[in-house]
Design a protein around this ligand. Structure first.
Ligand code: ATP
Ligand code: MG
Length: 269
């Protein structure tokens, strides 16, 4: 009897220790997140303040043209700040399980072809050709259509932003009995191998794009991964001279009640 009690106690001690570790880890992640956010918000804000000071300074005998230019820059930076804040809200909501999923029947082929159509002006803008390939004319899966749209929106946006040199973007759907695989491929710049696993980390940006002339936050792929995991699927990336390919695998019969996944926010990052 005593040995059973001892075993029980030991198990409790172990459970408590694990909980405490988890708490400590999530506290650390939170602090890191806040530091990153503060840094990212300060950059555009500093330049907004700088330009406003120039505009309202006492001895500003600036030409109307200069004035207009500065106002424009301030406006662009303010918009950038707005996007950052929006991204952040979207991300924390997802990460802390505040987004309830509305799972319905979604035609994934239709969803992607509509999405690509919406991107038409962006493709034109960058002189990019695009192609949608599918082994079936339609494929119904269980999923949250809005979340999936957001997921692929992020991937296609990236392909346009980072693959503009490649002239071509290919979206491929392969539907099988129980899984659907969607890949988004762009060409041009190859991502160094050692950086590939880091891309899905929040705020991670490959050196080349960090210079911020592409203006990203580094949250797009972290959000994409959260959405995929909420659907019990997987996302991966490969990059070589044959292109940069993001591959998403989704279950056809996803059942939110059967799904034994933790809240994505529980994952230790
Ligand atoms: P945003 O939050 O606006 O999406 P972002 O695009 O920088 O910002 P992610 O979408 O998370 O952030 O991508 C992270 C980084 O991965 C990018 O900065 C870029 O360096 C790299 N990357 C993502 N997609 C591609 C791609 N298709 N081709 C090449 N590099 C890519
Ligand atoms: Mg992105």
């Amino acid at each position: 009897e005593f040995s059973a009690m001892a075993a029980n106690l030991n198990k409790m001690v172990e459970d408590i220790r694990r909980l405490m570790d988890k708490e400590r880890e999530s506290e650390r992640t939170k602090n890191e997140l806040i530091t990153n956010i503060a840094h990212d918000l300060r950059t555009p804000l500093t330049s907004i303040i700088g330009y406003l000071e120039l505009l309202s300074g006492p001895n500003s005998n600036m030409s109307a043209e200069m004035e207009k230019k500065y106002i424009n820059i301030t406006y662009t930076k303010a918009k950038r700040l707005e996007k950052l804040i929006e991204d952040l809200f979207g991300f924390t909501k997802l990460n802390y399980g505040k987004v309830s999923m509305k799972v319905t029947k979604v035609d994934i082929v239709k969803l992607l072809s509509q999405l690509l159509e919406e991107f038409y002006p962006n493709f034109m803008d960058k002189d990019l050709a695009y192609e949608l390939q599918s082994n079936v004319p339609a494929k119904i899966i269980n999923a949250d259509g809005n979340l999936l749209a957001r997921l692929f929106d992020n991937l296609i946006n990236n392909a346009i932003k980072y693959g503009a040199e490649g002239k071509r973007i290919v979206v491929k759907i392969h539907a099988a009995e129980s899984m659907v695989t969607v890949s988004v491929t762009n060409y041009g710049y190859v991502i160094p191998k050692e950086e590939l696993p880091l891309l899905f980390e929040k705020f991670y940006r490959v050196e080349q794009s960090r210079s911020s002339n592409t203006g990203g936050t580094g949250l797009g792929l972290a959000i994409a991964r959260n959405i995929v995991e909420m659907h019990g699927g997987t996302i991966g990336v490969a990059s070589d001279l044959n292109g940069t390919v993001f591959t998403v695998r989704l279950q056809v019969d996803f059942d939110i009640n059967k799904e034994n996944f933790g809240n994505p926010g529980d994952r230790h990052e």
